[in-house]
Design a protein around this ligand. Structure first.
Ligand code: NAP
Length: 337
């Protein structure tokens, strides 16, 4: 795979979302995950995405154990400031002392001296972003972190944060059916020279054609009613109609739907042609991981990109990506209401 830049870091154009191996969409098994992580490096993935909160530390431990002898072969991204308390409740804490403590714990679990890209997972509404980013900047000065990232934030917050310390990357949801970053964030990233990392690039599996509606999902799955109105049965049935022309186009292009969804993202470079957008499809299946990497070889013509833009977009999709409560808890530009 060719490479793309995040500040001083060089990464593969497609990264590997590792959350899935520790939950979110059902938990993986560590033996398969260890193989998956090693085979991902073997076929050219050079960018792994994890976080303190994934599996309550399980995900960072898994990566640390599986890849301890291969640390110089990949760029490692993790996140702080979001965790589950002892009752399993999701908690946002962006205080400087928490960030430092969580970084030390991440380094230990990951069995490394330095995290290449360390994101603030969520903005803490009780802590000015300047304070949280100031703490991350001190971790850079101490050599524990190489680049700073922010996740699910608004353009205004990014601009404020960037004045305190150069931000390497912003990570937010972005895919054919989640277009909020197009309203402002992609332009802001371009003007500041910040890389953009789309999470959930497969629309939480919807765009692969293999997803099911939430009545058939276990309550532990993040797509259940708490999180994704788009997976409610009625909305899901409506949305599934969008996949009919999409799957036909994939067949015509001789690729899978997952590859087409990722290739569309890879084509969303800024106008100057800088290579700053790196999707991170997540999986716990080795065959999916290999299939997704294949999208790097798929070059879409401008006409095909435009056709896809018309086919699936925020207007044609029924339902928001998160429910109202979850939407209110994040700082990013608001999705349509
Ligand atoms: N910053 C944030 O707040 C945030 C939020 C969410 C995610 N993330 C990061 O972004 C990564 C990706 O996002 P995501 O996992 O939420 O969503 P995603 O990549 O859009 O979709 C993941 C879902 O698609 C399935 N899948 C993957 N490849 C497939 C293929 N080729 N064919 C059929 N199904 C396929 C996965 O199944 P299996 O898992 O069963 O293999 C899983 O159910 C995560 O792993 C995580 O690292 C960050």
């Amino acid at each position: 795979m060719e490479s793309r830049k995040i500040g001083t870091l060089e990464v593969s154009p497609i990264g590997l979302g590792c959350m899935n191996m520790s939950g979110g969409y059902g938990r993986g098994d560590d033996k398969t995950s260890t193989r998956l992580l090693n085979e991902a490096l073997d076929i050219g993935y050079r960018f792994l995405d994890t976080a303190t909160v994934y599996g309550g530390g399980h995900n960072e431990t898994l990566i640390g154990n599986a890849l301890k002898t291969r640390r110089n072969e990949y760029v490692l991204a993790s996140k702080c400031g979001l965790f589950r308390d002892e009752n399993g409740k999701s908690t946002i804490d962006g205080r400087p002392e928490t960030i430092r403590r969580q970084c030390e714990a991440s380094l230990k679990r990951l069995q490394t001296d330095v995290i290449d890209l360390y994101y603030l997972h969520r903005l803490d509404s009780n802590v000015p972003v300047e304070e949280s980013v100031g703490a991350l900047g001190r971790l850079v000065e101490d050599g524990k972190v190489r680049e700073i990232g922010l996740s699910e934030i608004s353009s205004d917050t990014l601009i404020r944060a960037h004045k305190v310390h150069r931000i390497g990357a912003v990570q937010s949801e972005y895919s054919l059916w989640s277009r909020t970053p197009e309203t402002k964030m992609l332009d802001t990233c371009e003007s500041l020279g910040v890389a953009f990392v789309p999470f959930s690039p497969l629309g939480r599996q919807f765009l692969t054609g293999k997803a099911i509606d939430l009545t058939h999902l276990p309550s532990t799955d993040i797509r259940t009613s708490n999180a994704s109105p788009r997976f409610e049965p009625e909305a899901f049935a409506q949305n599934s109609k969008l996949l009919i022309p999409f799957s036909k186009l994939a067949r015509d292009l001789n690729c899978t739907m997952a590859q087409l969804a990722i290739a569309w993202l890879l084509a969303q470079q800024n106008k100057a042609g800088n290579q700053t957008l790196i999707p991170i499809p997540g999986t716990k299946h080795i065959d999916y991981m290999k299939e997704n990497a294949g999208a790097a070889n798929l070059k879409l013509t401008p006409d095909t990109v435009e056709l896809l833009n018309q086919m699936i977009n925020e207007e044609s999709v029924v339902g928001n990506r998160y429910n109202a409560a979850l939407m209110a808890s994040i700082d990013s530009e608001k999705d349509r209401s």
